[in-house]
Design a protein. Structure first.
Length: 326
């Protein structure tokens, strides 16, 4: 069996705060093979974005932040690479699309120059060749009049166009892994669908692996091969997408699925909200973090924290998994 493209073991990120250590990521492990898509799902504050940003060095260890665990990309330990080598990996082998392109794009640099910057640095293209390829990439991601757009600045484009530019930058150097961190949050519903379709098309055409981070299980449906559900900094369920939707095991996953709107619902049907609120990651108790919001809660749930138990490709962290009784 071939080695995974990305292998993460016991990833941990903690922030030292006046209220104590905040465990933003608490012992998360997973593997991702070439050409596969992993959806990382959870509410805001569950640790999704901190996890993936820490994997690629965008969360630095310092006096306020502690980082642990191992991250191997094609067998290389990313956390042991010198800064210059890590920048080269990010520029050519790992691409990332952030949530808000208006903050990830340089507001005083023309679009064509921004796309061409990575091509010149990582592929050795001269200015003319880089601009030519930038225009081709703009056309590839569906931006009309690419020659004219290449000479414009980010503020002259719509939100959807800016996100397409961000995708063009991310795929310019033919990366092996694409990370999409909530790529549609700031966009309207129609544009969201277009951006997700574009990401999926580019991923399949190029054979890239992809990590799709989202708070919406509906976004991951049909676009991710596997899903990892996070809650309070931990992975609480991992499975193939079809298994997650067919039979969730973790009560939190079940609650997320119930909160999704359905086409079969009558007009003005009230959505099922998850009761309570996410826990304070700086004040977690000894038991299951989801217990205060869980309909299957018992005394055991308050006293002990369940480990993520894997059975092949399926795993969940619950003493009373859905469908198996109390």
């Amino acid at each position: 069996m071939s080695e995974p493209l990305l292998s993460v073991h016991d990833a941990r990120v903690g922030f030292n705060t006046p209220r104590g250590l905040l465990r933003a990521v608490d012992g998360v492990s997973f593997e991702l093979n070439q050409g596969r898509t992993l959806g990382v799902v959870g509410e805001s504050g569950s640790g999704k974005s901190v996890l993936v940003r820490s994997l690629i060095g965008l969360v630095a260890a310092n006096g306020f932040t502690t980082i642990g665990g191992s991250v191997k990309f094609e067998g290389r330990d990313l956390r042991s690479l010198p800064d210059a080598q890590m920048r080269a990996v990010l520029g050519s082998e790992i691409g990332i699309v952030f949530q808000d392109p208006m903050t990830s794009l340089n507001p005083v640099m023309k679009i064509g120059t921004q796309i061409g910057e990575g091509l010149r640095r990582n592929r050795g293209l001269d200015a003319a060749a880089a601009l030519k390829r930038s225009i081709e990439l703009l056309a590839e991601v569906g931006i009309p009049e690419p020659e004219r757009r290449a000479g414009q600045y980010p503020h002259e484009l719509s939100g959807g166009m800016r996100q397409r530019v961000a995708i063009a930058i991310a795929i310019a150097c033919e990366p092996k892994l694409l990370i999409a961190d909530e790529p549609t949050t700031a966009l309207d519903v129609t544009v969201q669908r277009q951006i997700l379709d574009l990401l999926q098309r580019e991923q399949r055409q190029r054979g890239m692996a992809m990590i799709l981070i989202t708070h919406d299980l509906g976004v991951a449906a049909g676009r991710a091969d596997d899903i990892m559900v996070m809650y309070a900094g931990r992975a609480v369920e991992k499975a193939a997408t079809r298994d997650i939707f067919r039979q969730p095991r973790m009560p939190y996953t079940e609650a997320l699925l119930r909160s999704l709107p359905r086409l079969t619902d009558a007009a003005h049907t009230r959505l099922q909200a998850i009761p309570g609120r996410p826990p304070d990651a700086a004040r977690l108790g000894p038991g299951c973090a989801f217990a205060p919001r869980c309909p299957y809660r018992t005394d055991m749930c308050d006293a002990e924290r369940p480990d993520l138990t894997m059975d092949g490709r399926r795993g969940f962290a619950c003493f009373h998994p859905v469908g198996q009784g109390a």
